[in-house]
Design a protein around this ligand. Structure first.
Ligand code: PLP
Length: 397
């Protein structure tokens, strides 16, 4: 997921246009800014690329999730269903609003198991948040049917799957709301940044206001704008937006290279008996930012992961024991370690995560290894990597 690999003259040009005027803010200062509106331009271009009506840029992917939830009216005591395999931002954004994260099992798609989602629905459930981890997607059709039946918001976290599609639609545009991150290690980067996309005009307007202290953005005088409801500051700066604007132009090229490199690695592993691959739901196309594969057992996966690193194969991840991406590493969440007291809704409604059975997730994650796909590799380097990966795996199996 390597936008940072291709930072170049295009990004510098966009940033310099902002630096020349010195208007680093996305709103106001019309006379000084020499017609540069990088954040607005990026929003228009991104909405077009994602084929949606609205895009709201914000300061991070975590901010995007928070703004999206807030825009859909989610707040204190509302339950949001999320997967056990994700990034900590999922529960951080939910908790930030006083809402309650409800964790459920994943399946071999590496994200929400629709049956587990159904079983977790209560009269307090408001939203289902699939996280399209490592370049591929949840079973969105099944999840949408569940959401429609139960009148729930479907919020896609597409931070790791920008450019992937499902039934011909861009990931993030299938549900009610979609979120993206443009942090430094994502498919395209702003340094720090994020986006919310939606076709829902009300949610879009809410997002526009909420991420800027509730400003209604009516009229030409910022100080005189009204604030119909409480907001916060999740604004992106013009400098970050300028970087993203240049990166967005490179997206299709990035996806093409990722696919090429992914395919070389996958072909090398496909012939190995005992190796299988993460299930991509029917109608889905990955963004090819990771190659995700399963070993027959947890023990073998651990050995393969070790063998890969001994062979000098970098950027292969064993998420099962990772501090940030799987519930095993989230002792702060399990033990509700917050700086100040958490709200009573959160304390009373959260699962006892130290004693919840996630053996179905363990059975998948314990066997999963993911190889990052870089775009800076030469073809020779990818082929060499493929050979090394093949050898490392075969040496264990
Ligand atoms: C990166 C990421 C986020 C958060 O994005 P930031 O911009 O780093 O705040 C959220 N969800 C997932 C799945 C991510 O990978």
């Amino acid at each position: 997921m390597p936008g940072f690999e291709i930072f170049g003259d295009e990004e510098r040009k966009e940033v310099n246009e902002v630096l020349e005027t010195g208007v680093l803010m996305r709103y106001g200062f019309d006379g000084m800014r020499n017609k540069h509106w990088k954040a607005k331009e990026f929003e228009t271009a991104f909405a077009k690329r994602m084929d949606v009506d609205h895009c709201q840029l914000v300061s991070s992917g975590t901010a995007a999730l928070t703004v999206a939830l807030a825009s859909a009216g989610i707040g204190a005591g509302d339950e949001v269903i999320m997967p056990t395999f994700t990034f900590v931002a999922s529960f951080e954004s939910i908790l930030a609003l006083g809402a309650v994260p409800i964790l459920v099992d994943i399946d071999d798609t590496l994200t929400l198991n629709p049956k587990a989602v159904e079983a977790a629905i209560t009269d307090k459930t408001k939203c289902v948040m699939p996280v399209h981890m490592c370049g591929s997607m949840a079973d969105l059709k099944a999840l949408k049917a569940i959401c429609d039946q139960n009148n729930l918001i479907l919020l896609e976290d597409a931070c790791q799957a920008l450019g992937g599609t499902y039934e011909g639609k861009s990931l993030g545009s299938y549900g009610d709301l979609g979120c993206f991150s443009f942090d430094y290690v994502k498919t395209i980067t702003c340094g720090e940044g994020g986006a919310v996309i939606t076709n829902n005009t009300k949610f879009a307007q809410n997002a526009d206001h909420y991420q800027d202290h509730g400003h209604d953005h009516v009229g030409k005088d910022r100080g005189a704008e009204d604030h119909p409801f409480l907001g916060y500051n999740f604004r992106i700066s013009e400098l970050n937006a300028a970087v993203g604007l240049a990166q967005l132009n490179k997206l299709d090229n990035i996806l093409e290279i990722q696919k090429k490199n992914y395919t070389i690695l996958r072909n090398a592993l496909e012939t190995i008996e005992g190796v299988s691959f993460r299930r991509v739901p029917q109608g889905g196309v990955e963004n090819y930012s990771f190659l995700n594969f399963f070993l027959p057992t947890e023990e073998l996966a651990k050995k393969v992961h070790k063998a890969l690193s001994e062979q000098g194969v970098d950027s292969c991840f064993y998420w099962y024991t990772n501090n940030w991406h799987y519930i095993n590493g989230w002792h702060h969440l399990k033990n509700k370690k917050s700086l100040g007291p958490l709200s009573s809704e959160i304390r009373n409604q959260m699962q006892d995560l130290n004693n919840t059975d996630f053996s179905k997730s363990d059975a998948v994650m314990g066997r999963t290894i993911s190889s990052l796909i870089k775009i800076g590799w030469t073809e020779e380097q990818v082929k060499e990597r493929a050979q090394k990966m093949h050898n490392a795996i075969v040496s264990v199996l």
